[in-house]
Design a protein around this ligand. Structure first.
Ligand code: PGA
Length: 251
C-alpha cells in the first residue's frame, strides 16, 4: 500500500523568524505521527535554519526547485549537492508557478528531475492544466504530455523516486478546489499512463498527490479517493493548526 505523503509548499513566504517558528510548531504537533510521510519546503534561504528546527523530528525537508547542472557559472541557481548539504530530501520540480510565471518548459523540467534523482533527491513533480485547457476538454492531453515529457528517459528504478503532484492551475491559491471526482479522474488517468509507460507494479507504487486549495475541510474527501495518495499544500501549510489538522485527518 502507498503510504500517504503530505508536503507543504511555503512558496515565497515567511521570514527567518516565522520560518523557524512554523517548523518548530509543526515538529511539536506532529511528533507522534508515523503513518504519514510529511515534508515542508521553505524558501532556499531558510533551509538551513528550518533543517535545524526539524532535526530529530519526523518531518522531512524539501526545496522548491533545483537546477540540473552540478556546479559552475549559473548565477542564482542551486544544485542538488547544495540542497543535500543542507539536509533536503525532496525537491519540488515543475510547479505551475515556475511553468507559467517563470516560463519553465517540459524539457527543462525533465532535466531537473533526472539530475535530482541522480543527485539523491526525491522529486515532487508537478503537473496540471490551465482553466482554459480544462474548459476546452484538454485536461487529459495536457497532463499526459507533461507526465510523458517530464519523465522521458527515466528507467523504472529511477522513476520510483518520483512523487507526482497533480495541481490543476485553476485551483491553486484560488480557494476553488477540484472536486474529489475531478481529482480522482485525473489521478486514475496518470496511474494508467504510468502503467503503460512502465508496468503495473511501478504504477502501483508511485504516489500521486493532489494540490490546489487543499485545506482541513476538504482533506478527508480528497484523501478518500482511490488514487489520491497525499497532498501538496500551499496556503494552508503556512499555519501550524491547519497543516496539523490536515495530517491528523489522514492518520
Ligand atoms: P494552494 O497551493 O494550496 O495555496 O492552492 C498549492 C500549490 O501550489 O502547491
Amino acid at each position: 500500500m502507498r503510504k500517504p505523503f503530505i508536503a507543504g509548499n511555503w512558496k515565497m513566504n515567511t521570514d527567518s523568524h516565522s520560518a523557524v517558528e512554523l517548523a518548530s510548531g509543526l515538529a511539536g504537533q506532529l511528533k507522534d505521527v508515523h503513518t504519514v510521510d510529511i515534508a515542508v519546503c521553505p524558501p532556499f534561504v531558510y533551509l538551513s535554519a528550518v533543517a535545524k528546527a526539524l532535526n530529530g523530528s519526523n518531518i522531512a525537508l524539501g526545496a522548491q526547485d533545483v537546477y540540473f547542472e552540478p556546479n559552475g557559472a549559473y548565477t542564482g541557481e542551486i544544485s542538488c549537492a547544495m540542497l543535500k548539504n543542507v539536509c533536503c530530501t525532496y525537491a519540488i520540480i515543475g510547479h505551475s508557478e515556475r511553468r507559467h510565471v517563470i516560463g519553465e518548459t517540459d524539457e527543462l523540467i525533465n532535466k531537473k528531475i533526472s539530475a535530482a534523482i541522480s543527485g539523491g533527491l526525491l522529486p515532487i513533480f508537478c503537473v496540471g492544466e490551465l482553466l482554459e485547457e480544462r474548459e476546452a476538454g484538454k485536461t487529459e492531453a495536457v497532463v499526459a504530455r507533461q507526465v510523458k515529457r517530464g519523465l522521458a528517459g527515466l528507467s523504472s528504478d529511477k522513476v520510483l523516486a518520483v512523487t507526482i503532484a497533480y495541481e490543476p492551475v485553476w485551483a491553486i491559491g484560488t480557494g476553488v478546489t477540484a472536486t474529489a471526482e475531478q481529482a480522482q479522474d485525473v489521478h486514475r488517468m496518470i496511474r494508467q499512463l504510468l502503467a503503460a509507460m512502465y508496468d503495473g507494479s511501478v504504477a502501483g507504487e508511485i504516489r500521486i498527490q493532489y494540490g490546489g486549495s487543499a485545506k482541513p475541510a476538504n482533506t478527508a474527501e480528497l484523501m478518500a479517493c482511490a488514487d489520491v495518495d497525499g497532498l501538496l499544500v500551499g496556503g494552508a501549510s503556512l499555519k501550524v493548526d491547519d497543516f496539523t489538522a490536515m495530517i491528523k485527518t489522514v492518520v
